[in-house]
Design a protein around this ligand. Sequence first.
Ligand SMILES: NC(=O)c1ccc[n+]([C@@H]2O[C@H](COP(=O)([O-])OP(=O)(O)OC[C@H]3O[C@@H](n4cnc5c(N)ncnc54)[C@H](OP(=O)(O)O)[C@@H]3O)[C@@H](O)[C@H]2O)c1
Length: 287
Amino acid sequence: MTATLMPGAPVSAAVLADVAQRVARLAARGVTPGLATILVGDDSASEGYIRVKQAKAAELGFASPHHHLSADATQADLVAAIRSFNDDPTVDAMLVQHPIPDHLDFDAALLEMDPDKDVDGLHPVNMGRLALGMPGPVSCTPAGIEALLAHYSIPVSGREVVILGRGTTLGRPLAMLLSQKRPTANAAVTVVHTGVPDWPRYTQRAEIVVAAAGVPGILGPEHIRAGSVVVGGGVRYEGRRLLPDVDERCEDVAGWITPRIGGVGPTTVAMLFRNAIDAAERRGPRA
Ligand SMILES: NC(=O)c1ccc[n+]([C@@H]2O[C@H](COP(=O)([O-])OP(=O)(O)OC[C@H]3O[C@@H](n4cnc5c(N)ncnc54)[C@H](OP(=O)(O)O)[C@@H]3O)[C@@H](O)[C@H]2O)c1
């Protein structure tokens, strides 16, 4: 391996240390920030993710009220759960664990959420805020990738970033984020997808490549330029096995690369809590 690894853990630790200090400042004013979670069904991986988030919430000093709906819950049940957290003054931020059962409409449910409490930054109002450069929760994985590049002092400003994938949780918001006018962004961003069959032409010339397709092994060593920066965001789960987009042989060509396990993932969780404390601070004093 020639590439230098960029693990997510130090980035996550730095972000969470800042969150913990901000929670303590709120606590000194008698405010406990609240991050609520909604789980539908009994998918064991989703239950595991919720447990991790609740444990981290408790460790950081957040309250974490939770609704667990059964797998046969109706759309009305889901909407009622969201509205109850919208109306709950102890809740600053909330998330619906994805995926939800097929008979439910995630996008329609999201529209019911108070955008100011949307900790995943997925509500159309928050995508609009991101597009306009207005304050608001930014989708966690893109925010984590910007923080990761900044942490490892990877220059982004003025460089070409090619993102493989235009999905709504990763590629599209990341393109908006990294093209913003800010020292840790300010990039020339190109987004490629299935509509660009010769996408390797773009990744081969890029200084920074972000794989965001969810297709195991799609980005191989022949698709990147020697010494480039490679960030693996896309993953697919087969059972408990995690299959990254980035072929491990990229480590022999890249200059910097995220590890196959423990790269972008830990930064995503940290950004969830950063969005939650941002939301709590934005609300100001409680009634
Ligand atoms: N690490 C984390 O914490 C984290 C968090 C969130 C998401 N993710 C992962 O990020 C990935 C992307 O998620 P998402 O929801 O943003 O995306 P998505 O909706 O699944 O979209 C995937 C994108 O990849 C493109 N794509 C798929 N196959 C391709 C191919 N053969 N050639 C070129 N482009 C291809 C698709 O192109 P078209 O648009 O043309 O179909 C699409 O734009 C997923 O693997 C997800 O699991 C990871």
